[in-house]
Structure formats: structure tokens, C-alpha cells
Design a protein around this ligand. Structure first.
Ligand SMILES: Cc1cc2nc3c(=O)[nH]c(=O)nc-3n(C[C@H](O)[C@H](O)[C@H](O)COP(=O)(O)O)c2cc1C
Length: 199
């Protein structure tokens, strides 16, 4: 019997009808089609506070440190999922602060890494929405920089099966796209393919 996949879907966007939100929705519906379970964490609607305070600062001498209850709750929610899928708009060639703060606080020392601690995931799939064009993103080295950064940071956590899907031309400024509805359909199809490829 084929093993059932389970996705922990984390996404960050302030707007509920954003393209990012629609990509997250596509991932949910394609997963349902494929019989893949999804637990969703919509960081903005959940009211996550991304600012790491002293309470959640790692104590490098004590991997057993208790962090704020919220951090332990969010960490425990990931249990039983083999794939993390992280969907975000590229802001300043990086994560939105909301997502960066989630990783800072929840994927913390003594929980996600250090002293035999690990995340439950075997795979991480990043989906990065890029305002600009693929040509420029490659030309200026951003595709390689971001892929390498994401792969090596997940590698540090012991996860080797990591890939980033870039969805380009999300705002049409650098692209000559005649039919944005058609273009968005292609981006949704890319997201669906990524889910299908998990099996
Ligand atoms: C604060 C901010 C920073 C951004 N930085 C970049 C960037 O570095 N490179 C890029 O190609 N697009 C950038 N963009 C454009 C976003 O990637 C684009 O708005 C997003 O992918 C569109 O998806 P959405 O409708 O879900 O927001 C930025 C947008 C914002 C708001």
C-alpha cells in the first residue's frame, strides 16, 4: 500500500484574496484530489506575532529551555506531517517578516534543531511568488541565491529533500503578459503539479 502523505501548509499574506492565498487554496484542493491530508497555518488570520522576545530566545547552554506556550503549541501541531509546504510572496528577495518571525520563534533551538531535536518533515517545498520576470531574477542571481539559501538552511535542520518553486510575473510589471487570467491559471497549474509530484 502506498504511504499517505500529509502536508503542513504554512503561508503568509496580509490579504485574504491575494494570489498567494489563491495558491494556498490550489494546494489544498489539489491535495484533496490526491488524497493527501493538509493542516493549514494561515499566519496572518491566526494572528501570529512574529517578533521574537527574550522568552523565545534560545539558550545555547540549555536545549531543554521552555519557550512561550504558543511556541510549543505551534511546534506540536507539526507532528505527523511528512511535508512542509511554505507559500509566500518574495519581499525584498526574502520572506515576509511574518514568515521569518515564525521560523525564528517556532523552528527554534532544542525543538527543530540541536541536541537530537528535529522537525517531523522529510520534505520541504517552498513556493515563492515573484513580482518580476524569470529572466531578471536569474540574471541578477536571485533564483540561485534564494534556492541555495533555502536549501542550505533546511539542510542545517537535517532535511535534504528541499525544493523551491518560483511563480513569476505575479504583478505583470516586467512582463508582457496579454492575458493575466491565463497567466494565473498557469501559476495554479504549477502549484498543482508540485503537489502531484509528492506522490
Ligand atoms: C514589500 C514588498 C517587497 C517586494 N519585493 C520584491 C522583490 O524583491 N522582488 C520581486 O520580484 N517582487 C517583489 N515584490 C512583489 C511581490 O513579490 C508581489 O507583490 C507578489 O508576488 C504578488 O503576489 P500577491 O498578490 O499574493 O501579493 C515585493 C512586494 C512587496 C509588497
Amino acid at each position: 500500500m502506498m504511504k499517505t502523505e500529509n502536508i503542513y501548509l504554512v503561508w503568509a499574506h496580509p490579504r485574504e484574496n491575494s494570489l498567494t492565498a489563491q495558491i494556498a487554496k490550489t494546494i489544498r484542493s489539489e491535495s484533496a484530489e490526491q488524497g493527501i491530508g493538509v493542516t493549514e497555518l494561515d499566519l496572518y488570520r491566526r494572528g501570529f506575532n512574529p517578533v521574537l522576545q527574550q522568552m523565545d530566545e534560545p539558550d545555547w547552554q540549555n536545549p531543554q529551555k521552555r519557550y512561550s506556550p504558543e511556541v510549543h503549541e505551534y511546534f506540536a501541531q507539526m507532528d505527523g506531517h511528512d511535508t512542509a509546504m511554505i507559500v509566500f510572496p518574495v519581499w525584498w528577495y526574502s520572506f515576509p517578516a511574518m514568515l521569518k518571525g515564525y521560523l525564528d520563534r517556532v523552528w527554534n533551538y532544542g525543538l527543530a534543531y540541536g541536541e537530537g531535536s528535529t522537525l517531523p518533515f522529510k520534505k520541504v517545498r517552498m513556493v515563492a511568488l515573484v513580482g518580476g520576470s524569470e529572466d531578471k531574477f536569474i540574471q541578477y542571481g536571485w533564483q540561485k541565491n534564494m534556492s541555495d539559501y533555502l536549501k542550505s538552511s533546511m539542510g542545517y535542520l537535517g532535511i535534504e529533500d528541499v525544493s523551491t518553486t518560483f511563480l513569476y510575473n505575479t504583478i505583470g510589471v516586467e512582463a508582457d503578459i496579454n492575458d493575466s487570467a491565463d497567466h494565473y491559471q498557469q501559476l495554479f497549474a504549477q502549484a498543482s503539479e508540485m503537489v502531484k509530484a509528492l506522490k
